[in-house]
Design a binder for this molecule. Structure first.
Ligand SMILES: C[S@@+](CC[C@H](N)C(=O)[O-])C[C@H]1O[C@@H](n2cnc3c(N)ncnc32)[C@H](O)[C@@H]1O
Length: 195
């Protein structure tokens, strides 16, 4: 199966990026189609115990769907105050304000340690910049689902196409032990001191 995303760049996102000459943020606003939202949440097996973070949450549709249709809690962050206002209104209309929260801010600054699922519709370059943060802050077993863009040489556990839209899925691995196992063996002088 094709793994390079370059042949499958979502046209809408790339067109929006090129059109926005005065664009100041990392990624322009293009919403994920509802059928792709459903596939992303199904793929991550989102359920009532999950806390879903959408980084660059737009009109809030992923977080709102996670709360309304899957019973999860959710947090969306977006740098555009207009999008945050819109997402809050949509959450109100969907009756999920008790389970979702939308914050205005930079996705690189949000603490992810509470999340069990992270969703992305950004750009390949941003995904790759985010990767160390995801691996550092998310608990092992947490899931990451990206619409449209992969993470370079961090190969997804699953990738699938839905009518021309690609979705990628990763599971955060156990943390590697730092240092060589022999470093955990006490040195001779430490053994003497312990006696
Ligand atoms: C392609 S849209 C995706 C919206 C939504 N996640 C979805 O899938 O429907 C990307 C969103 O990221 C937001 N964004 C761009 N750069 C950002 C940043 N540095 N921090 C937070 N949000 C950002 C944009 O305002 C936009 O709403």
């Amino acid at each position: 199966m094709e793994t390079s995303v370059s042949r499958f760049l979502p046209a809408a996102l790339v067109a929006a990026f090129c059109a926005s000459a005065a664009y100041a943020w990392d990624v322009p606003y293009v919403p994920t189609p509802e059928r792709v939202v459903k596939k992303m949440l199904d793929l991550a097996k989102v359920g009532p115990k999950d806390v879903v973070y959408d980084l660059g949450s737009g009109d809030g549709r992923i977080v709102i769907a996670a709360a309304k249709q899957y019973g999860a809690r959710g947090v969306g962050i977006d740098i555009d105050p207009e999008r945050v206002r819109e997402a809050r209104q949509n959450a109100e209309a969907a009756g999920v304000t008790d389970r979702v929260e939308f914050r205005e801010g930079n996705l690189f600054d949000i603490d992810l340690s509470d999340a069990t699922v992270v969703t992305l519709y950004l750009l390949q370059r941003i995904n790759e910049q985010l990767r160390p943060k995801l691996l550092r802050e998310l608990k092992p077993g947490s899931r990451v689902v990206s619409h449209g863009f992969d993470m370079g040489d961090w190969k997804p556990a699953v990738q699938l196409e839905i009518d021309g839209d690609w979705v990628y899925y990763w599971i955060i691995p156990e943390r590697k032990r730092v240092g060589h196992p022999r470093e955990t063996i006490p040195r001779r002088d430490e053994i003497r001191l312990r006696r």
